[in-house]
Write a protein that binds this ligand. Structure first.
Ligand code: CA
Length: 430
């Protein structure tokens, strides 16, 4: 009996160590968001009505639905808000009504400062590159205070390079990116050089040839819309690492067009280099199989299917390796995808795909240079599905377009991606 009581006690103790996460969330947000309180109250009221309905109807199904719903609700009964420092973003967000992008940001956030979620540069780069992490704390949210944030702000300022190299790497876990920063950075990943000028003009509102902090924030705010307070940096008034990097700790710096372009260029290269290094596993080249895997990250295909396509063309161990320059060339195409689509559509008016010569000519038109043979061969191995010498440009463009939107959806196992792939497969079979 006593052993039973002890084990019951241990269980309760263990549980109590996990519960405060939930309570922290709601007590913390409690002071910030009246809307969330109303949502919570309303959902509790709805839950009670569901119980009564279940009892009245004797409906097992209704009760089941209630139980399922209730299990998603954060536990409000245990509180330990003063000592709780770490919790899970999912618990924090709960059933809040968030847009797809808001939810992705919230679920990948790293820090909570004054009731607002922020992402570390490390979390951001892992999100946009879809590189899994072995760090068990990668999806934890840590509460940080003003002293910590100010320390990071100084670090960001002192690590700032004139050519903007290593913006993310230099601060990694020691920096904060807000929800509008995430939106800005994700959008810059898809911009090609000839779009920089348009982007610059959007931010330079008074057209004086440079972007000031106030202009940058004004555009960021206009993109926010009705963002929940949990994601709204205006409520903390803190300068994020991006703002400190671009405009200095005093906010008096400005960005000329050249500086703006240099920043975007350096940022794109940093993300690309991180991706390459992960797949190269510390080597100077990526194996052919891994390169195919990297290209097809945003496709519907399993690795088994990718391999079967590859080995129709290559014998075992005969797939060439790919270096950074080749990967950069492939990524150039990502930035010029719409131009490529236009050129390819001219070649494909007769309904056929594009052959190697036509495809490489299109690449040269859009990116200024042709692909080398190895790059061309591996792409045709994967995307020449019928093996008739023509590339299935529709599947190719789909994969590249999804890739271009990286950071705004979550990987291959994402439900939405699955249904998109499923719908496109069904369409193809009709
Ligand atoms: Ca200006």
């Amino acid at each position: 009996m006593s052993r039973f009581l002890i084990s019951r006690y241990s269980l309760l103790t263990n549980l109590s160590q996990f519960q405060p996460n939930n309570s922290y969330k709601f007590n913390k947000i409690h002071t910030k968001s009246t809307t969330q309180i109303l949502d919570t109250t309303s959902s509790k009221y709805t839950s009670n009505r569901l119980i009564i309905l279940a009892l009245l109807l004797g409906g097992g199904v209704t009760l089941y639905l209630y139980t399922k719903r209730e299990s998603k609700q954060p536990n409000l009964s245990t509180t330990n808000i003063h000592t709780q420092q770490t919790f899970h973003a999912n618990e924090l967000v709960g059933d809040s009504k968030l847009t797809k992008q808001e939810r992705i940001f919230a679920e990948n956030s790293t820090y909570l400062y004054q009731g607002v979620l922020y992402m570390s540069p490390a979390s951001f780069i892992r999100l946009v590159t879809q590189v899994p992490t072995l760090d068990k704390n990668a999806h934890s949210v840590n509460k940080v205070d003003t002293k910590q944030v100010n320390k990071w702000s100084d670090l960001t300022s002192s690590n700032r390079e004139r050519n903007h190299e290593g913006f993310l790497k230099n601060i990694w876990n020691d920096g904060i990116l807000s929800y509008p920063d995430y939106r800005f950075l994700v959008s810059t990943l898809a911009k090609c050089n000839h779009h920089f000028k348009i982007a610059f003009s959007i931010y330079d509102r008074d057209c004086n040839g440079c972007i000031e902090l106030s202009e940058f924030i004004q555009v960021q705010n206009s993109m926010l819309g009705n963002v929940p307070e949990l994601l709204d940096p205006r409520t903390t008034g803190v300068q994020s690492s991006l703002l400190v990097h671009l405009f200095g700790t005093d906010g008096k710096g400005t960005l000329s067009f050249d500086e703006f372009s240099t920043f975007i260029d350096a940022f794109q290269k940093e993300v690309l280099l991180y991706e390459f290094n992960v797949y190269a596993k510390g080597n100077k080249t990526i194996s052919g199989e891994d390169f195919a895997k990297l290209i097809m990250r945003y496709s519907c295909l399993s690795m088994k299917e990718i391999k079967s396509r590859l080995y129709r063309n290559y014998s075992k161990n005969a797939i060439p390796e790919f270096d950074l320059h080749q990967y950069e060339r492939f990524c150039d195409l990502l930035l010029n995808i719409e131009d490529l689509s236009t050129v390819v559509s001219i070649y494909t008016v007769d309904g056929k795909g594009v052959n190697k010569r036509e495809f490489n000519h299109a690449v040269e038109i859009c990116c200024g240079d042709k692909f080398d043979n190895n790059l061309l061969e591996i792409l045709f191995s994967i995307f020449d599905i019928k093996k008739d010498g023509f590339l299935d440009y529709q599947e190719f463009l789909d994969v590249l377009r999804r890739w271009q939107k990286r950071g705004t959806f979550v990987g291959k196992n994402n439900w939405e991606l699955f249904t998109t792939c499923f719908r496109s497969k069904v369409r193809a079979q009709k």
